[in-house]
Design a protein around this ligand. Structure first.
Ligand SMILES: *Cc1c(COP(=O)(O)O)cnc(C)c1O
Length: 376
């Protein structure tokens, strides 16, 4: 048993404002998927990301599926995705009947390696999902360039990177979520801002917005009640969820500043620590450290898995990196993707949620230093 209080990897931080807006829904009985908070949340989040329109959804996975469905992805199609991501990126492709085709990661960002796109494209390839994993943006400029050369769209899976910036050649510093054909976000409880469960698709394309809204609401013609020209879904967000989102958006800059301070404290404390490689930060990116994620180098006395057990004995929770999706039963491709596999073996995410305190980070760092001093 841990002797010290357990420090979880992430817990949401809610304020009096979230409480006030949620109670407003309850008091007014606007608790379903009509209500003023939904439009307000869509507007404020799209504007924050520099995108034209937002379409709120029930969660991040439905946002991804909705975007792919609205783009017309279906059986026989292929979509390029990184192998090192949360499973929902690939599941959303599978829901459409299309096949996810897995690409290896680049070491510098942990994200999809743009140099591998050309050789993976076939006549069936329709597009690319670029994931900004653990809060560091994917290398969007070469990804968009390769996509354009092959006539493919790009969808950002920005579920882990709300507020991150990319220096785009010729466009300047832009927030993720406004860089490609569409972008999908999650507002799950451990994400940078949360609505409990929730998601959103962002895009500048008005025709795509209409298609997203149609498919989100049972495929019902907005001008003709109970006329359904297509098979749709119920992927709507509730006003209750959106109330949380509106309140979170009012202080997202503070939340991001706190995330930056968390990363800075970890970076400073672990600077001299041999065997632990700090999270990526490319010169063209300003990551948001969704989860502060280290690599355990071979010279560290403990393996990643033994380090996780040691941390737990000190009351500190952690997460291993995602299992590369090409190794999971439903997606097993027989490929060898060495960078993704190596990162997945050595990667560990430390407690870094918006509610963590400096004293807790200090406790995590002391546990890491103690681990480094143990003999293998
Ligand atoms: C969290 C996450 C999702 C899915 O979001 P849910 O809201 O949990 O459905 C999709 N992609 C990535 C990369 C994620 O981290």
């Amino acid at each position: 048993m841990a002797q010290t209080p357990n420090i979880p990897v992430a817990r949401p931080q809610l304020s009096a404002r979230e409480r006030e807006l949620v109670l407003d829904c309850v008091d007014s009985a606007w608790i379903s998927s009509l209500g003023r908070h939904i439009l307000e949340f869509e507007r404020s989040f799209a504007q924050f990301c520099g995108a034209g329109y937002g379409v709120a959804t029930s969660n991040g996975t439905t946002a991804l599926h909705l975007a792919l469905a609205a783009l017309g992805v279906g059986p026989g199609d292929e979509v390029l995705v990184p192998s090192l991501t949360f499973v929902a990126t690939a599941a959303s492709v599978a829901y459409t009947g299309a096949r996810p085709v897995f690409l290896d990661s680049e070491r510098a960002t942990y994200n999809l390696d743009p140099a591998l796109i050309d050789q993976a494209v076939t006549p069936r390839t329709k597009g690319i999902i670029a994931v900004h994993v653990y809060g560091h943006p994917a290398n969007m400029a070469p990804i968009l360039e390769a996509a354009e050369a092959h006539g493919l769209w790009v969808v950002e899976d920005a579920a882990e990177a709300h507020g991150a910036w990319v220096d785009m050649p010729g466009r300047g510093w832009r927030r993720v979520g406004g860089l490609a054909k569409a972008a999908c976000f999650s507002f799950y409880g451990n994400k940078i801002i949360t609505t409990g469960e929730g998601g959103m698709v962002l895009t500048d394309d008005e025709a795509l917005v209409a298609r997203l809204r149609l498919l989100r609401d049972h495929g019902m013609d907005p001008k003709r009640p109970y006329w359904h020209p297509v098979v749709g879904y119920n992927y709507r967000m509730t006003n209750l969820q959106a109330a949380l989102g509106v309140a979170q958006m009012e202080r997202i800059e503070d939340i991001l500043a706190h995330k930056a301070a968390i990363a800075a404290q970890y970076n400073e404390r672990l600077a001299g620590q041999a065997g632990l490689r700090r999270p990526p930060a490319e010169p063209w990116a300003r990551p948001v450290n969704w989860l502060y994620s280290l690599l355990v180098e071979p010279e560290f006395p403990l393996s990643r898995d033994d380090l996780r057990l040691f941390l737990l004995s000190q009351g500190v929770d952690s997460r291993p990196f995602f299992t590369p999706l090409h190794l999971l039963p439903p997606y097993h491709s027989g490929q060898s993707l060495p960078v993704a596999e190596d990162l997945a073996r050595r990667g560990i995410s430390l407690p870094s949620g918006p509610a963590i305190t400096p004293a807790e980070i200090d406790q995590v760092c002391r546990a890491l230093v103690k681990a480094a001093e143990t003999k293998a």
